[in-house]
Design a protein around this ligand. Structure first.
Ligand code: P6P
Length: 327
């Protein structure tokens, strides 16, 4: 089985990008070890702090963020990093070429109940004339990403990665190597599985209420087939399932905070996941536009999401375009 470095080198990936991704995996392996220790290492539970999102930080949120920050900023290729857990970007090396944006531990509300979580990352090139300290340097569309992916810390630790030539999956072996286990991942165009937090149903726009209501009618309804539902509350786990067997995952806009475009974050959830989904022949939308086309305004901006099996996402968008009778 090919190691991650062998595979990327075989694919003729830029050697600097290979070096950067290898460094990222050093940090993720350390996070995986801390997670495996869990209660034994006294790393469960929350801190006294809240992050820029207004969320109480888990101890492992802070640990994961600190590991990624230290390891990545030590690499001379890194001009700067931005993180869900950092108010502002952190400058790296003046000669650095890359910007790394990450959600250090997505789904961390699941840590204390031992459910899968993950590290999501997005890699951009530093624009000329800007530094890793300038927030403006990071505000690039999702299509500008040179690579994106996540490490899912589940029953096994799996890296899912795109460098713009398809999606591949690598499983962490006991040797410490990430070994190629799935090549050229392709999402089935159709699905019978949807993933949404149904407890928010009364807050959605009518178009989303109508779409989900039609799914729930099953084979007697306009969709003409029975659907199954999943909700893990870790986007990284949901996206991994969608990449592995298809589905539609959505966290739509809701009226609980009308000024917020969505719950998820564009720069370190929507964009990296959106690139993976598109590279695997799926579709990634806000329900109104392709996620990867959004011109970002600020590093922590939020976004609504509907992504996964191309034909199913297209149907969901037709409800939002006012064609409720879409089949
Ligand atoms: P809710 C985790 O906090 C996260 O950002 C995503 O990983 C996940 O899909 C979503 O929020 C879960 O949100 O409202 O169901 O807890």
């Amino acid at each position: 089985m090919q190691t991650l470095s062998q595979f990327l080198t075989h694919q003729k990936t830029d050697t600097n990008l290979v070096d950067l991704i290898d460094t990222l995996m050093v940090a993720c392996k350390e996070i995986a070890i801390q997670l495996r220790e869990g209660a034994l290492a006294g790393v469960l539970g929350t801190t006294e702090n809240t992050n820029v999102q207004g969320e109480t930080q888990k101890k492992l949120d802070v640990i994961a963020n600190d590991v990624l920050k230290k390891v990545m900023l030590d690499n001379p290729l890194v001009a700067g990093i931005a993180s869900e857990e950092e108010d502002h970007p952190v400058a790296g090396n003046e000669e650095g070429r890359y910007l790394i944006i990450f959600d250090p531990l997505d789904g961390s509300s699941n840590i204390d109940v031992n459910v899968s979580v993950g590290t999501i990352f997005s890699i951009l090139e530093l624009p000329k004339g800007l530094t890793g300290a300038d927030e403006k340097a990071y505000l690039q569309t999702g299509r500008a990403q040179v690579a994106s992916g996540y490490v899912l810390y589940g029953p096994s630790a799996v890296l899912t990665l795109t460098t713009g030539s398809g999606v591949n999956m690598f499983t962490l072996a006991h040797t410490g190597d990430f070994l190629l286990t799935e090549e050229n991942v392709t999402i089935p165009a159709d699905t019978k599985e949807f993933s949404i937090n149904m407890s928010n149903q009364r807050f959605w726009e009518p178009q989303m209420q109508n779409y989900i209501a039609d799914l729930l009618q099953g084979s007697e309804g306009p969709r003409g087939k029975n659907y199954n539902m999943r909700w893990v509350a870790s986007m990284v786990a949901e996206v991994h399932r969608v990449l592995t067997r298809g589905g539609i995952f959505s966290y739509p806009w809701d009226n609980r905070d009308p000024n917020k475009p969505g719950k998820l974050r564009l720069m370190y959830e929507g964009n990296p996941m959106g690139l993976l989904i598109e590279q695997a022949s799926g579709k990634a939308s806000t329900c109104y536009e392709n996620i990867l086309d959004i011109e970002p305004d600020h590093i922590h901006q939020r976004v609504s999401v509907a992504l996964g099996s191309r034909n199913e996402v297209t149907s969901a968008l037709e409800y939002h375009a006012g064609n409720e009778d879409s089949q």
